[in-house]
Design a protein around this ligand. Structure first.
Ligand SMILES: C[S@@+](CC[C@H](N)C(=O)[O-])C[C@H]1O[C@@H](n2cnc3c(N)ncnc32)[C@H](O)[C@@H]1O
Length: 173
């Protein structure tokens, strides 16, 4: 099997996929891997856990067999999915956080694409958490077992339960 190179701790994909399976189980089916890059997380969620997972990333290059939408993610797309995952989601950070108003979200921030102000890891997490709390969303910090410090997930539920299981429209790839 071909080897693929990833920046950061490559264990994060398995760890996040395990967390999703344990935390959500069959409560969710359609998952968006926002800013998923090459799609390693989507691949594990689909192949090991039988979720219907697709990458949404303008980069537009994914591993063989991974479904993808080569475009920028918008929060308005969130209702096509049962769960939104933003693992180190860079420029999509605001749109992923805004998605938490309507869908469960697992957000693992990495670089500060939140504000023009310089924010370290702790300040970035606190800023996003404040946004959730201002919007009356429930949010929990979960430290995931891969190499830190960018291994803290903000796991949120929208105010009120609203999973409607609407399938996403047909994928372009
Ligand atoms: C740091 S990489 C993380 C990739 C992958 N999630 C991982 O953990 O390896 C950030 C990704 O965000 C993507 N990206 C940038 N702007 C985006 C946007 N507006 N919507 C979706 N993805 C975006 C980039 O193309 C890049 O693949």
């Amino acid at each position: 099997m071909a080897r693929h190179r990833f920046h950061g701790d490559p264990a994060r994909f398995d760890v996040v996929a395990d967390f999703v399976a344990e935390h959500y189980g069959n409560r969710v089916k359609y998952i968006a891997d926002v800013a998923g890059g090459q799609g390693m997380l989507a691949r594990i969620l689909s192949k090991h856990y039988n979720y219907e997972c697709e990458v949404i990333d303008p980069r537009g290059w994914v591993l063989k067999g991974v479904t993808s939408r080569p475009q920028e993610y918008l929060a308005s797309m969130a209702t096509y999915y049962d769960l939104i995952v933003g693992l180190h989601c860079d420029e999509a950070l605001h749109e992923v956080a805004a998605s938490a108003l309507v869908r469960p979200v697992v957000l693992v921030p990495c670089c500060n694409f939140w504000s023009a102000e310089k924010l370290g890891t702790k300040e970035l997490l606190a800023a996003i958490e404040n946004y959730y709390l201002e919007k009356k969303m429930k949010v929990t910090r979960v430290t995931l077992p891969f190499h830190g410090p960018k291994n803290i997930a903000l796991v949120s539920e929208p105010p009120g339960e609203c999973i409607d299981r609407t399938p996403p429209p047909a994928s372009p790839t």
